[in-house]
Design a protein around this ligand. Structure first.
Ligand code: C2E
Ligand code: CA
Ligand code: CA
Length: 529
C-alpha cells in the first residue's frame, strides 16, 4: 500500500497556506511580480513620453534660437548690404557711412569694406590694408572667430556680402557682430538645456568659447535645427537623467497613481492566491478532480474470520503530497462544509466499483460509511443512501452508517424523521469509537443504533495488564446488555482476536485480518472469501 504523507499538509492546515510548501516560493513572489508590472509598464511609457517631451522641447528651443540668431543676423547683414555699394570708393569718403551703420544698428560693432580682395577701410581704424581670405567665410558669408585684435578672446561673428562682376572686382562689405549678443541668446533660451551655435567648423557655447574640435555629444534627446536663411545651425540636448527629472516634475500625480496601481495589483493578486489556495478552495478543487477515493477495510466474522463486510475509509490522492490520511483533512472538510459532497462522492465511487461485482459479495454484505453530524442535518442523506442501494440487487448489501460517539448529533424533528426513514429502508446505524464519548441509553434509542464499534484504544488493552482488560470487559459487557451487534476495531494480534472471539464479540476489524486497501485490491480479493 502507498505510504501516507502528512506533516507538510498538516502544517498547511494549521496555517492556512498553500498545500505544498515547495510552491510557497513562487506564490510569495507572484504578487510582487504582478505589482511590478503596472509600475514598470507605466514607468517605461512615462519615460518614453518624457523622452519625447525632451525632444519636442529641444526642437522648440532650437527653432527659437535659430529665429533669434536670424533676427540678429538680419540686422548685421542689413549693414553689410547697405555698405556694399561703397566698396571701391576711397576710405575717406566711405568712413562716415561705415561708422553710421555701427551707430544706428544695435548689433553691429564694426564695419569694413574690401576691394580687389583686400580689406582697406574700417569703421574703427579708417585706412588700413589686409588680405581678405574669402575661404574663411562659410558659404562665402559668415565666419565665427574667437576674437580679433580689438577684443581678443571675445567671440565675433562676421557677416560678408560680396560682388564680383565686370564693373566691380571682388568687392566685399563686412559687418562684425559682437559675440556677446549670441552668447546672451544661448544663455537665455538654454536655461534647461545646453545650446550650441555652429558656423561651419566653429561652434560657440553658452560659456562664450569658440571652438573648432568635434561637437560635444548630448546624453539625451539631441536635436539639430538648421537655419534656412544663413549657414548656421543650433544644436541642443539634455544631460543624462533629464527624463527622470522631467517625470518627477511634470508627472508626480501619474507616478503616485502608478505606485498605487502596483500596490493594488499586488494586493489583489495576493488575495486571489490566498483564496485559490485556501483550504476550502483546495478541497473543492480536489473534489472536482476526484482526488478523494475509497479504501476498503474488511470486517470479519469472529467465528470463522470470513469477510462479512467492509468499512469504507476516505483517502486523498493528492497530486503533490501523495496519499493523505483522513484525520488530516476530514476535520477541516467538516468545518468548511465540504464533508457532505465528499462523502457523497465516496458513496458513488463505491457503488460504481462494487455494483457490477455484486454477485461476488456474500448476502447482506456490510458496507459501512463514516458519516459526519453535518450530513444528518437534512434529508439529503436519505437520497444518498437510496442511490447507493439502487446500485445493488435488493438485499445483497447491508448499508451501515457509522456515527462517531465523539460528535453526538443533536436530536431534532429532522433527525428523528431522517433516522426513522433510514431504518425503514433497512440502513443500519453503528456507533463508532464506542466507549470514548458520552452516549446515553436514550441517545442509542433516539437514533436507533443497531451496532457498536468498540474503539481500538480498548482493544489495545488486551494483554497489557489486568486492570486495563477489566475496562475492556466492562465495555463488552455493556454492549451485550444493550443487545446490539458488536464490532471490535484495531485488532492487530492473534491474542486480541482470540480474546474478543471468546468474549462473543460478533465482528472484528483490524490489521490482523486486512489493512485498508484500494478498491481494485479489494475487488481482486473478493472471490477467495
Ligand atoms: P475510524 O472510523 O475509527 O476508522 C478506523 C481507523 O482505524 C482507520 O484509520 C483505519 O485505517 C484504522 N485501523 C484499522 N485497523 C487498524 C489496526 O489494526 N490498527 C490501527 N492502529 N489502526 C487501524 P483511517 O483510515 O486513518 O481513518 C481515520 C479516521 O478518519 C476514521 O476513524 C474516521 O473517523 C475518519 N474517516 C475516514 N474516512 C472517513 C469518511 O469517509 N468520512 C468521515 N466523516 N470520516 C472518515
Ligand atoms: Ca469508522
Ligand atoms: Ca473507530
Amino acid at each position: 500500500m502507498a505510504k501516507f504523507r502528512g506533516p507538510a499538509l498538516f502544517r498547511c492546515w494549521c496555517m492556512p497556506m498553500p498545500l505544498n510548501h515547495k510552491s510557497k516560493r513562487p506564490n510569495a513572489l507572484l504578487p510582487w511580480l504582478v505589482g511590478a508590472v503596472p509600475v514598470l509598464l507605466g514607468l517605461v511609457i512615462t519615460y518614453w513620453q518624457a523622452e519625447r517631451a525632451l525632444v519636442n522641447d529641444g526642437e522648440l528651443i532650437g527653432s527659437e534660437t535659430v529665429e533669434q540668431v536670424e533676427r540678429i543676423l538680419d540686422n548685421v547683414s542689413g549693414a553689410a548690404e547697405e555698405l556694399l555699394p561703397l566698396a571701391g570708393t576711397p576710405c575717406a569718403d566711405a568712413q562716415l557711412a561705415l561708422r553710421d551703420q555701427v551707430a544706428r544698428r544695435p548689433y553691429v560693432r564694426s564695419t569694413i569694406i574690401a576691394d580687389q580682395g583686400r580689406l582697406y577701410c574700417s569703421s574703427l581704424f579708417g585706412d588700413f590694408s589686409e588680405r581678405l581670405n574669402a575661404a574663411d567665410y562659410v558659404d562665402g558669408r559668415v565666419s565665427l572667430i574667437s576674437g580679433n585684435s580689438v577684443t581678443p578672446g571675445r567671440a565675433v561673428l562676421l557677416y560678408r556680402t560680396h560682388r564680383d562682376d565686370s564693373q566691380h572686382h571682388d568687392q566685399s562689405a563686412i559687418a562684425a557682430l559682437d559675440g556677446t549678443h549670441l552668447i546672451n541668446t544661448l544663455r537665455t533660451l538654454g536655461r534647461n538645456n545646453d545650446l550650441i551655435l555652429q558656423v561651419g567648423p566653429s561652434w560657440l557655447s553658452a560659456d562664450g568659447q569658440v571652438q573648432e574640435q568635434a561637437l560635444p555629444e548630448f546624453d539625451m534627446a539631441p536635436v539639430t535645427v538648421q537655419s534656412t536663411r544663413y549657414p548656421i545651425s543650433v544644436h541642443t540636448g539634455f544631460a543624462a537623467g533629464s527624463a527622470w527629472q522631467l517625470m518627477a516634475s511634470r508627472y508626480p500625480a501619474l507616478l503616485a497613481l502608478l505606485l498605487f496601481l502596483g500596490v493594488l495589483a499586488g494586493l489583489i493578486c495576493r488575495w486571489l492566491l490566498k483564496r485559490a489556495h485556501s483550504p476550502p478552495a483546495e478541497l473543492q478543487r480536489a473534489l472536482l478532480a476526484s482526488e478523494f477515493v475509497p479504501y476498503f477495510q474488511p470486517v470479519v466474522r469472529s467465528t470463522d474470520k470470513q469477510w462479512i463486510g467492509a468499512e469504507i475509509l476516505m483517502r486523498w490522492q493528492h497530486p503533490r503530497e501523495g496519499l493523505v490520511r483522513p484525520d488530516l483533512f476530514i476535520p477541516l472538510a467538516e468545518d468548511c462544509g465540504k464533508i457532505v459532497p465528499m462523502t457523497r462522492s465516496l458513496m458513488r465511487q463505491t457503488a460504481a466499483l462494487l455494483g457490477p461485482q455484486a454477485d461476488r459479495l456474500s448476502e447482506q454484505f456490510h458496507l459501512a460509511f463514516n458519516i459526519s453530524a453535518a450530513h444528518c442535518q437534512d434529508l439529503a442523506l436519505l437520497d444518498d443512501c437510496r442511490e447507493l442501494l439502487a446500485a445493488f440487487p435488493i438485499g445483497r448489501i447491508k448499508l451501515v452508517l457509522e456515527l462517531t460517539e465523539r460528535e453526538l448529533i443533536q436530536p431534532s424533528d429532522i433527525t428523528q424523521r431522517l433516522f426513522a426513514e433510514l431504518n425503514e429502508i433497512g440502513v443500519m446505524i453503528a456507533l463508532d469509537d464506542f466507549g470514548t464519548g458520552h452516549s446515553s441509553h436514550s441517545y442509542l434509542q433516539a437514533f436507533k443504533i443497531d451496532c457498536l464499534k468498540i474503539d481500538q484504544s480498548f482493544v489495545a488493552m488486551i494483554g497489557v495488564e489486568a486492570l486495563s482488560r477489566h475496562i475492556l470487559d466492562n465495555v463488552i459487557d455493556l454492549c451485550h446488555k444493550l443487545q446490539l451487534q458488536i464490532v471490535a476495531e484495531g485488532v492487530e494480534t492473534p491474542e486480541q482476536g482470540e480474546y474478543l472471539a471468546a468474549q462473543n464479540v460478533d465482528y472484528l476489524q483490524g490489521y490482523l485480518y486486512a489493512k485498508p486497501m484500494p478498491g481494485a485490491d479489494f475487488v481482486a480479493q473478493l472471490p477467495r472469501h
